[in-house]
Design a protein around this ligand. Structure first.
Ligand code: HEM
Ligand SMILES: [Cu+2]
Length: 615
């Protein structure tokens, strides 16, 4: 993969473009980078999934090297990469691209910080991937359960790679969340009240708050684990430590994390379903309220991951009830999506198909979720493939279908091209069919006793057919991705650019050029209702604008974010191998970049000009 990139870069002499993207602080370009690298990591984790499924295709299988300890490494890499380095960043990318445009802002509130956030994710992702090439991939599951993850049981550096790469990329995620909160609260166009904000922006706002709390808890957990592993503390093992403490910290982060993945997708679906039904979203206040409620409840349910730990029936019952409660706001949203389509003028474009595929698939994941929330029943389901089926139904139906819907929908805003619809439909149908074929049989394997995280099964356990079907389904999903690649290739080859508004959109992002220019919204739009662009078009008017000026963020190129984070990456690498002297030197380097930044403002030469016009 890297080789192909390097060769094509050298061949087409794209070095100036790379240099440009390394220094950019523009929200569209950073969003593009997020999606690009998130996607590369998605492929890597997807290939891991195919290795897992190849090993599990038939009983007593001995596929290449992917058994025993290697199997542990593969599913750990798969899970960790999918959650932290594929799903989360691709969503952050879509937010970066769409949110400023949806609210009529020029950029995120802190463009420099935005670049730092992206490069932290990039550095974390690279660090995690390097482990594989040093034959030190972590093998502790994406949950890093103690005491397995402590130095008592994993002596090698694999678990340290897990700790440091998640710590670094998590920091970037926190920065970006802060940035999004300030942007949405402070940078909205005049008249865009909270009650007029598009739902993707609403979902982003709530998600950003979840990130702020959840990723902070993760950071604390990872620090403690780092101390346990490197400096001999005993938070999670030994007579005074407790592995259950890790589980609490991890799941206080981990459960909200699944909503950090789901809520933005809900927002994307709401906007898309409304656009392609030519109707306002049904029950806007209920939609917003249910996002808020889901966000709040997501912090009240973490113990449903720990029903079998032995916290007692009272605790289990309380958390069973709070878990079931989440079904209520989720159900409200499902009905509102259906009512939005009712009586609408439907257009079955690719983004719409991905949104429609989401609804029944997600409901199926929700149903098994309610089953799992019954704490007594969970003793049967726990750590079986039933759980694997459940969470893939939820995550893939919401996050992954949402990301694809978002990529097809916003592709014109990113590149100026609309992706080919016919190939898009092939991609959608093969992906959806492959998805159900992979994961539906896993419910049955799970109920038949197939444990999670175990690399094989025997003949005559009633697991042969379901596993074979799952493997065929997984490869069908793999094949569907080839249609996506061909689509990218063909679309760019054909090279037909589109105008501002290829989908007949409703919100402000469709009033600016495709791809979105670096300087938008001068003069500033003035918003008087939800879906302002749509109603302006109905009245055959232009969007109202205002002469007033308002301080707006200025994005200016700077290589500092890249240097800071790469140095931090090298420092972490030295820490992992306990090379403390170079680590301290590199740490001083990171600090000095902060000092340079404090005394140097890349926007300096621009001050005073900003109010003029064309900029
Ligand atoms: C694209 C097709 C995918 C396939 C075929 C697939 C397959 C699998 C399988 C078979 C396992 C169980 C491994 C085991 O317990 O031994 C697994 C685990 C997991 N998958 Fe996926 N998966 C896919 C996509 C995803 C996506 C998109 C995400 C999240 C965004 C994801 C997140 C996870 C997580 C968190 C685990 C748990 C890993 C662990 O136990 O440490 N997967 N996957
Ligand atoms: Cu949960």
């Amino acid at each position: 993969m890297g080789g192909i990139v390097v060769i094509s870069v050298l061949k087409y002499k794209k070095l100036p473009v790379i240099w440009e993207f390394m220094r950019t602080t523009n929200h569209r370009k950073i969003g593009t980078l997020y999606i690009l690298f998130g996607f590369i990591f998605f492929l890597r984790a997807g290939i891991d999934a195919l290795f897992i499924r190849s090993q599990l295709a038939v009983p007593n299988n001995d596929f290449w090297v992917f058994q025993f300890e290697k199997y542990n490494e593969v599913f750990t890499t798969h899970g960790t990469m999918m959650i932290f380095f594929a799903a989360t960043p691709m969503l952050l990318g879509l937010m970066n691209i769409a949110v400023p445009l949806q609210i009529g802002a020029r950029d995120l509130a802190f463009p420099f910080l935005n670049a730092v956030g992206f490069w932290l994710f990039f550095t974390g992702g690279m660090l995690f991937n390097i482990a594989f090439f040093l034959n030190s991939a972590p093998a502790i599951g994406w949950t890093g359960y103690a005491p397995l993850s402590t130095s008592l049981f994993t002596l090698g550096v694999g678990s340290d790679f897990y700790v440091f790469s998640l710590q670094i990329s998590g920091l970037g995620t926190i920065f970006t969340a802060l940035n999004l909160i300030v942007t949405i609260v402070r940078m909205r166009a005049p008249g865009m009240k909270f009650t007029r904000m598009p739902l993707f922006t609403w979902a982003t706002l709530i998600t950003a708050f979840l990130i702020l709390v959840a990723f902070t808890v993760l950071a604390i957990g990872l620090y403690l684990l780092m101390f346990d592993r490197m400096f001999g503390t005993k938070f999670f093992h030994g007579p005074d430590g407790d592995p259950v403490y890790w589980q609490h910290l991890f799941w206080i982060f981990g459960h909200p994390e699944v909503y950090i993945l789901a809520l933005p997708a809900f927002g994307i679906f709401s906007d898309i379903i409304s656009t392609f039904s030519k109707k306002r979203v049904f029950g806007y206040p209920a939609m917003v309220l249910s996002i808020v409620l889901i966000g709040f409840l997501s912090f009240m349910v973490w113990v449903h991951h720990m029903f079998t730990v032995g916290l007692g029936p009272v605790t289990n019952t309380i958390f069973a009830i709070t878990t079931m409660a989440i079904a209520v706001p989720t159900g409200i949203k499902v009905f509102n999506w259906l009512f939005t389509m009712r009586g609408g003028v439907l257009r079955f474009t690719t983004p719409m198909l991905f949104s429609l595929g989401f609804i029944p698939s997600f409901v199926m994941g929700g149903v098994t979720g309610v089953m799992l929330s019954v704490s007594a029943a969970d003793f049967q389901f726990h750590d079986s493939h039933f759980v694997v089926a459940h969470f893939h139904y939820v995550i893939i139906a919401s996050t992954i279908l949402g990301i694809f819907a978002g990529i097809y929908y916003y592709y014109p805003k990113i590149t100026g091209f609309v992706l080919d619809e016919k190939l898009g439909k092939w991609h959608f149908w093969l992906f959806l069919i492959g998805f159900h074929l992979t994961f539906f049989p896993m419910h049955i394997s799970g109920l038949n006793g197939m444990p999670r995280r175990v690399y094989t099964f025997r003949v005559g356990e009633g697991l042969e057919i379901t596993n074979l079907l799952s493997t065929i389904g997984a490869f069908t999903m793999g094949i569907s991705m080839l249609f996506f690649f061909y689509n990218l290739f063909k679309t760019h080859k054909k090279g037909e650019k589109v105008g501002n508004d290829p989908w007949d959109g409703r919100t402000l992002e469709w009033t600016v050029g495709s791809p979105s220019p670096e300087h938008t919204f001068t003069p500033m739009p003035f918003v008087e209702e939800t879906d302002p662009f749509w109603y302006a078009k109905l009245r055959r008017e232009r969007i109202k604008t205002t002469k007033e000026h308002r301080a707006s963020p200025i994005s200016r190129d700077s290589i500092l974010p890249f240097l800071m984070t790469i140095t931090l990456g090298f420092m972490s690498f030295c820490m992992i191998y306990k090379w403390y002297v170079p680590a301290i030197i590199l740490g001083a380097g990171v600090f000095s970049f902060f000092v340079i930044r404090a005394f140097h403002d890349e926007r300096a030469e621009h001050y005073g000009k900003e109010q003029t016009d064309d900029e």
